[in-house]
Ligand binder design. Structure first.
Ligand code: ZN
Length: 296
């Protein structure tokens, strides 16, 4: 990172327990995000500073907008529609073999044909209990991966021929060949490998140059990485250890919104990190690829 790079600003002093799932909804020019452990779906409007909260009664791992203005959420029990005006869930789809007593949904994103991809993890973080699924427009759910530990960080390249994926404890960004028409993945390989000093990869997004921006849990940073060489090109530091997800937003899609968490930090560490749990904004040198909407 160049010495002249700007510092991140606090967009919202949110004090989130586990802020996650940042996604810029360009239809409304607002940022969707969640607090998984506080069971909240939120919509932040940077023009007004208002953060609208939908309080759910279940753990919510991710939120995506639909083309018709509703929301889809990945909750502890499965994937469901969320009415943004009432907060009511409907049309819950629970995958076969998904036991919400042991497993919950975590991060997810839509592909270019409007399918929702979302994965799961064990509530106690025991390894290999999660899976990766997709839900298509017709409501068909498919399982693509099993024995996932903490499913995170989905992104696709510009022509949707590649999908990038994170299973956090492996400290790796995986690349897959992606068949957009059929919605199938194949050819799993390592694209980026992190060191213990980097922290753990969590959420991620992709810019118009095809480079990944990876939020690092325990790394106080977002790293810009080249998935074709595996190299880390830039490190953006944030004043919080647990950086969890990021999304390009704003009128030119060149503000990087970054979520963070307070969970897992000792009282002593929290005292030293008063901004842990904030929603940060950082003026990026590049624009992001627009998020996709669930097709409904
Ligand atoms: Zn995550």
């Amino acid at each position: 990172m160049s010495p002249h790079a700007p510092h991140p600003e606090i967009a919202l002093a949110a004090c989130a327990t586990l802020g996650e799932g940042a996604l810029w909804d360009h239809h409304t020019a607002t940022l969707l995000w969640v607090d998984i452990l506080e069971k909240r779906v939120m919509r932040f409007d940077p023009r007004t500073g208002r953060n609208q909260v939908l309080q759910l009664d279940t753990l919510v791992g991710t939120v995506v907008p639909t083309e018709r203005g509703a929301l889809l959420v990945a909750v502890r029990e499965g994937l469901a529609r969320l009415d943004p005006s009432t907060g009511q869930l409907s049309g819950l789809v629970t995958p076969p073999g998904h036991d919400p007593q042991k497993v919950r949904f975590n991060d997810g994103k839509c592909d270019a044909l409007g399918r929702l991809w979302a994965g799961s993890m064990a509530l106690d973080e025991s390894p290999g209990q999660g899976a990766l699924y997709s839900l298509d427009v017709s409501g068909t759910l498919q399982q693509h991966l099993s024995r996932v530990s903490i499913s995170n960080g989905l992104a696709w390249n510009a022509d949707s021929t590649r999908m990038y994926y994170v299973d956090t404890p492996r400290r790796i960004v995986d690349a897959f060949d992606f068949d957009l028409a059929s919605g199938q993945i194949s050819g799993r390989r390592t694209a980026i490998e992190f060191t213990p000093a980097d922290g753990y990869p969590d959420g991620m997004t992709i810019d118009v140059e095809g480079l990944l921006w990876v939020a690092m849990w325990g790394g106080s940073a977002v790293l810009r990485c080249d998935p074709s060489s595996g190299r880390i090109l830039e490190r953006v530091a944030f004043p919080a250890s647990h950086i969890t997800s990021c999304a390009f937003g704003g009128p030119n899609r060149d503000t990087l919104y970054v979520t963070s968490a307070r969970v897992g930090l000792s009282e002593e560490k929290l005292a030293r990190e008063p901004h842990a749990g904030a929603l940060f904004a950082w003026p990026a040198p590049v624009a992001g690829v627009p998020a996709r909407y669930f097709r409904d």
